[in-house]
Write a protein that binds this ligand. Structure first.
Ligand code: GAR
Length: 208
């Protein structure tokens, strides 16, 4: 069974979706790590009986030092997969390389659109009629790794940032558990060309 660590910084609603939806026979959530001690997701983890660790980035001299400590904390759990679920820190190339092919992220936009922050605001400002979320393998380029799965959400005439974000988040809660399950079942990988593959078939650039 696939041993999984989840990294969070905040509410952890995606973590909750994983707790609720991952099939126990293939997936074992063995650790939740946060850079913020106040993250609500730590309580969700504790309630589900999952080990938690807090590594406060403010206690480290550099990004490299922090990520090195993070790798050590994660690897102590001997995981097969690292899942970023609202972990709001940019990771160093060394961290990303260490988990090459076994590091997933969810980003609240239809990548390659709106990498970085304030994705919902930017989609509204651009007048987009469609917005959404993407699950992708993490590469050294910020929010630039191969996309696995996307969910599309219609932008409504009277949307504001909060309402749109809420509907996108709801979709995140379906696509992230699905992609993680695929990985745990051994169906998902990065091939030697850096493409994401499902059941050996390259996934198109826009995801499934
Ligand atoms: C989610 O919308 C996730 O896509 C986003 O943060 C939120 C976390 O919510 N992630 C990023 O913006 C990563 N750059 P959650 O803590 O309730 O899962």
């Amino acid at each position: 069974s696939c041993r999984i660590a989840v990294l969070i910084s905040g509410s952890g609603s995606n973590l909750q979706a994983l707790i609720d939806q991952l099939p126990g026979d293939h997936c074992q959530l063995v650790a939740v790590l946060s850079n913020r001690a106040e993250a609500l997701g730590l309580q969700r983890a504790a309630e589900a009986g999952i080990a938690t660790r807090v590594l406060d980035h403010r206690e480290f001299a550099s990004r490299e030092d922090y990520d090195q400590a993070l790798v050590a904390a994660i690897d102590a759990f001997q995981v097969d997969l690292v899942v970023l679920a609202g972990f709001m820190r940019i990771l160093t190339p060394a961290f990303v390389r260490h988990y090459h092919g076994r590091l997933l992220n969810i980003h609240p936009s239809l990548l390659p659109l709106y990498k970085g922050l304030h994705t919902h605001r930017r989609a509204l400002q651009a007048g987009d009629r469609e917005h959404g979320a993407s699950v992708h393998f993490v590469s050294e380029e910020l929010d630039g790794g191969p996309v696995i799965l996307q969910a599309r959400v219609a932008v409504l005439a009277d949307d504001d940032e909060q309402r749109l974000a809420q509907r996108v988040l709801q979709q995140e809660h379906s696509i992230y558990p699905l992609a993680v399950r695929w990985f745990a079942e051994g169906r998902l990988r990065i091939n030697n060309l850096g493409r994401a593959c499902l059941d050996g078939e390259p996934i198109p650039p826009g995801g499934i």
